[in-house]
Design a protein around this ligand. Sequence first.
Ligand code: GLC
Length: 643
Amino acid sequence: MTAAGEAVLQVLSGASPHVNSFDRCLNISSSGVSFKFNVKYAKNKGTGYAELHNGLKSRWRVCVFHGVDCDSHGKTGCNRLKSGCCKCRRIESIDGLTVDNGRQPSFPNKSESNEPNVQDFKLDRQLKNGKAGISSNDKLNASGSITNTVHKVWAKSVEDEAWDLLRESIVYYCGNPVGTIAANDPNDSTILNYDQVFIRDFIPSGIAFLLKGEYDIVRNFILHTLQLQSWEKTMDCHSPGQGLMPASFKVRTVPLDGDDSATEEVLDPDFGEAAIGRVAPVDSGLWWIILLRAYGKCSGDLSVQERVDVQTGIKMILKLCLADGFDMFPTLLVTDGSCMIDRRMGIHGHPLEIQALFYSALLSAREMLTPEDGSADLIRALNNRLVALSFHIREYYWIDMKKLNEIYRYKTEEYSYDAVNKFNIYPDQIPPWLVEFMPHIGGYLIGNLQPAHMDFRFFSLGNLWSVVSSLATVDQSHAILDLIEAKWAELVADMPLKICYPALEGQEWRIITGSDPKNTPWSYHNGGSWPTLLWQLTVACIKMNRVEIAEKAVKLAERHISGDKWPEYYDTKRGRFIGKQSRLYQTWSIAGYLVAKLLLDNPAAAKVLVTEEDSELVNAFSCMISASPRRRKRGRKKQTFIV
Ligand code: GLC
């Protein structure tokens, strides 16, 4: 039985609540990490050393390419074997437990059985029916308050269990906590890369630790991933831009050179060159900046963001994102699968999620960059981009009933400077599902915009983060939450929250996903339900002062999530089944739930994630709005922005 189930049984039977927490071997070091890398650069094969952009030096290894001469392309080696390492040594095994992945040894303590637990199921049903063992009508009030108490105890024990699991997922590097593993299911033998620390997956873990006052792990994560940013990485002899952050990294224990009796730990990053589909993790650097700001705000320790190497790291990410290209739009142009949806899903181009994270990272970076002579151009570029990006998204990505009516009557083939239908959208593109789906009150930002193409799907993370970052206007932000409320059965249903709506089916699924069997309709990235999204929902609701929406969603998740063993995602239209290929004990499901709970207990803490629009931006924005042909055609003068 889960700890939660046991706690409720005890309340129902009158015993004092006692959570049977698992025996866990926890060891969170409170000491800061030491960053002494006393090494030199060497270019020949074998173990070598590299000086990083930030003045730090890191050790790495070089492998010899067979048949492919990467050196001739200016690359010195194969990234898979290049690893930054510390000089600590470790005994290979502790009581027979091999430490091979950087995690502290833990003891088998969760229920090993896969059998469904009948008692848990009954309790769950009782809670669902609001009965909790008392059914008589004349005891309605008593029943209500018992149900409340039961729910509170239940929720508390789910939370305790989540903390235990989160701590168990901590990854250590040279004895210091540096991240959390993506999934931690002891019964799963097909781990793929779920035994790694993913940058995006660590964000809710990091926020949970920050909100709990445990800052070291986040500081270590920020500084170690920064080191990885500087590495040369290649895929078939091609390097992506400098400044790219890895999708994930792993702590490996390898034999120490020249000493068979000892091992050393090395950090081994994956920039997408090993990931399924070789997708570029564009979101990693953006999340990194957002977490860095949250760390400073929460801990009060601004010394990390002020460090020269960290400032350089921020600038490298910005330069990569702000670099000139062929683009006509201020939105960031990316390939498919470059964010949370990290496989083919028809989101190449200018997906909303990336734009919302980009905007949020730009605002966060602006707050953290220390003024210096060399950075004036960068800050100017950043400011220009902020204005152009917010205008573009608010104006062209927004749809509601009114805007749909406008699109329905669009003229096409408008060759001119003041076209209303700038992107040449043919009205026939409005999909039949949207006609039914769009409520009278509410609206949302569409998933993607390209020439002659609007992707009308609703993507939760992009919309929620547009609220959090103020990429959406205040009116739009409320409308997004209105839509979530109005379309609760479609977007939240039995388990919050759909990653996107609706799912691609039939021929469209075949063409857009390439017949991906993991992304079948209403599963995984194709309309699956992801509990981790609870935390972003909660931040957005708190920002708009509508916490009741998040509370309702959290309660819903709380009923199943622990009994279901914290799945990565759920399948079906209403999110009723645990995802067919879903991992269990998925860390960001656990951390997402915890962040939501912590923030609901202390909504003021959400400010470490929220960014507000400043007056400079508002002014620049209203100038652009009044110049927009859509507005001029309607003969309106300068006005507040409501599409
Ligand atoms: C899946 C998700 C991705 C996540 C990874 C690790 O690939 O799509 O967003 O980072 O799993 O949990």
